[in-house]
Write a protein that binds this ligand. Structure first.
Ligand code: WT7
Length: 649
């Protein structure tokens, strides 16, 4: 029993791909998917070599893959440059004057950068970096809001072989300091400020506070966004618009080895100390390129909008590198999704004619709470594909997304992946894969995903277990910066000879994968090991519930008892009667043994800044203790205080 996780929810709806959609898709049928998948697994070198050859290499790779378990090197001997592939490669084509970035500020101001313009800005900023002493291999921290210049800064680093580490603009000074010091960055690119919900966020002031304890930093470059007054230390701090004037617009890209590091990204850290996940150039480029193309079925005239922040891996892979290496048009929005009102994202979709929309379940549940009237006000007829990422999407939210946003005619791709995997790993292909609400469906090409027991043996169909990946893939992380020992231990020692994802999952009789949440969050009630995601999903399927988080609390009799934190949809009142109803509802949906022991109503749940519920903190609260460990990734500290005051009965 302790080997596996019990899976309890059954979902039987199936949505076959739309014929019209399939007819124009890159991958048009399940048979085509399966044939290509087989090839990708049995002849990985031929498969990946062919995809890599759609991109530009200064020197062709000698070998596609060299394994040295648990490590792998991809496109060995090849030299390339991802900024060249995202920009220069498009300039001799009609894409030269195509919009690369359609940007919308929170206040409604807009900017359009064509590929040619984005190339020029990137070249100039690359020259600025060189002038300030940045060399290949040096680390550059980027702490900015969502302005086009954040992409320019990343591409400029890549152009000269510098390693960027983007720090999400919502982090406070201590978090910035720790990340800058861990990466030993020599330069920080920032903004005077950012705009969020109509308020100014003083980014440069945060940098000033952090930098006092950052001995490696020699320069900052400050992009003027808000125009507020900032302190500039002569010789150290430079305004972007000034230094950019002093350099030329020609900057040849540096050909770098395929395994040259491209960036370090610190993971959101729902547990413990943040890890600097290292990605390298060639494999990451090929992985993000091909997944963008097939999962989002990108075509030349698409307008693609991903609501993530560039400060997370989703923004790196699916706002910047994946779409731009495909020559796509990307919508980038600066501000909050509900500013000035909850219809904002739908107005953006209408204004720019968005065809592909990619967001997170936490956002979808917020849209549900805000109400259908907001999307109904906008013309969403340009949409043709919807995506989800970041957490298990409960069937309820999936159905709402499909019906209300997609008007029941857009395929929904639930994409499973991680900061560590660099690119999408498990996902439907919209023209090929029949979807089941709540399942990320089937592995992407080249990805051998399996659900196993602790001892590594394969689980039977529908038996819950650990999600692992059996063989290397191009965009996999290469190490944890400065802590290779932790890299090996955390990902390759848990279960022998495979990459351990840390997620629980089951595979159904059709081979479809259903994610059940992080295995650290598994709760053991009277010998039943339950994934929190399923109980949460059962709660959210009740009409009164907007969002739920379930954790275990030590219990003398049962081992652990279930404590549920619940936020309600508008119009519902927290009451004892409702608690009983919800507990009964879970017992009905899952079984009596899973009947929650306590339900607590809350106005908000503690989330990381990327929207993941921090169950670790809820566990501490449920156990009646103080919250321990790192809270720098928490979005809103006041949520904790309120939750401590909520009670059980
Ligand atoms: C963890 C990775 C990958 C970009 C954003 C998050 C969870 C992610 C799904 C999904 C179920 C998902 C997993 C994973 N997760 N996507 N479609 N279904 N769970 O990146 O912060 O590195 O988090 O997010 O638990 O391990 P991240």
């Amino acid at each position: 029993m302790s080997n596996s996780i019990e899976s309890l929810l059954k979902e039987s709806r199936v949505f076959p791909p739309d014929e019209e959609f399939s007819a124009h898709a890159h991958i048009r049928s399940l048979e085509q998917y399966r044939a290509l998948y087989e090839k990708s697994i049995h002849e990985p070198e031929a498969f990946w070599g062919e995809i890599a050859s759609s991109l530009h290499w200064f020197a062709e790779p000698r070998r596609v893959l060299e394994e040295d378990p648990p490590r792998a090197r991809w496109f060995v001997g090849g030299t390339t440059n991802i900024s060249y592939n995202c920009l220069d490669r498009h300039l001799p084509t009609l894409r030269r004057n195509k919009a690369a970035i359609l940007w919308e500020g929170e206040g409604g101001d807009t900017r359009v950068l064509t590929y040619q313009q984005l190339h020029r800005e990137t070249c100039r900023f690359a020259n600025v970096l060189r002038k300030l002493g940045v060399r290949a291999g040096d680390r550059v921290a980027i702490y900015m809001g969502m302005v086009p210049e954040i992409a320019v800064a990343m591409l400029a680093c890549a152009r000269i072989g510098a390693v960027h580490t983007v720090i999400f603009g919502g982090f406070a000074a201590e978090a910035v300091r720790d990340r800058v010091n861990d990466s030993k960055a020599s330069l920080i690119v920032t903004c005077d400020g950012a705009v969020r919900r109509g308020q100014l966020v003083p980014l440069k002031a945060v940098v000033d506070k952090a930098i006092v304890d950052c001995p490696t930093v020699r320069h900052t470059v400050v992009f003027k966004r808000t125009g507020e007054r900032v302190d500039m230390e002569p010789g150290r701090d430079h305004y972007w618009h000034e230094v950019i004037e002093a350099v030329g617009a020609s900057a040849p890209p540096l050909p770098v080895d395929s395994e040259h590091p491209l960036f370090i990204l610190y993971t959101s850290g729902t547990t413990g100390k943040p890890k600097g996940v290292v990605h390298t150039t060639g494999g990451y480029m090929v992985g993000t390129y091909v997944t963008s193309k097939y999962v989002f079925d990108l075509h030349e005239n698409d307008t693609y909008f991903c609501t993530a922040d560039v400060g997370w891996i989703t923004g790196h892979s699916y706002i910047v590198y994946g779409p731009l290496s495909n020559g796509a048009t990307v919508v980038m929005y600066e501000g909050a999704p509900n500013f000035p009102d909850p219809g904002r994202l739908w107005q953006i979709c209408e204004r720019w004619g968005v065809t592909i929309f990619y967001t997170a379940p936490t956002a979808i549940r917020a849209f549900m709470r805000w109400g259908e009237q907001w999307p109904m006000k906008a013309d969403l007829s340009s949409l043709r594909l919807l995506g989800s990422v970041g957490e298990p999407i409960n069937p309820e939210a999936w159905m709402w997304y499909q019906r209300v946003i997609g008007n029941a005619r857009c395929p929904v791709v639930d994409t499973w992946w991680q900061t560590e995997t660099g690119a999408i790993m498990i996902s439907p292909l919209p023209g090929a894969t029949p979807t089941k609400p709540g399942s990320a469906t089937l592995p992407f090409f080249g990805i051998e995903a399996e659900v196993v027991r602790r001892d590594g043996s394969r689980c039977a169909p529908n038996e819950g277990g650990f999600l692992v990946i059996r063989r290397p893939w191009p965009s996999m992380m290469r190490t944890i910066y400065g802590d290779d020992e932790r890299f090996q231990r955390q990902y390759f020692n848990e279960i022998a000879n495979v990459y351990f994802t840390g997620d629980g999952a089951r595979r159904d009789e059709d081979g479809y994968i259903w994610l059940m949440g992080r295995v650290d969050d598994v709760v053991n009630v009277s010998g039943h090991r339950l994934g929190t995601a399923e109980i949460e999903s059962a709660l959210v399927s009740h009409r009164a519930v907007a969002e739920a988080a379930v954790v275990g609390r030590p219990d003398e009799i049962k081992g652990q008892s279930l404590v549920c934190f619940v936020t309600l949809r508008p119009g519902n009142v927290a009451s004892k009667a409702l608690k009983t109803q919800l507990a009964e509802h879970v017992a009905q949906e899952i079984g009596r043994f899973a009947r929650p022991d306590a339900i607590r109503f809350a106005d908000a749940l503690p989330k990381t800044r990327s929207g993941k519920i921090m169950r670790r903190l809820l566990k501490d609260i449920a156990a009646g203790g103080d919250t321990k460990g790192d809270v720098t990734t928490l979005e809103d500290l006041s949520v904790l205080a309120t939750l401590r005051q909520s009670d059980d009965d």
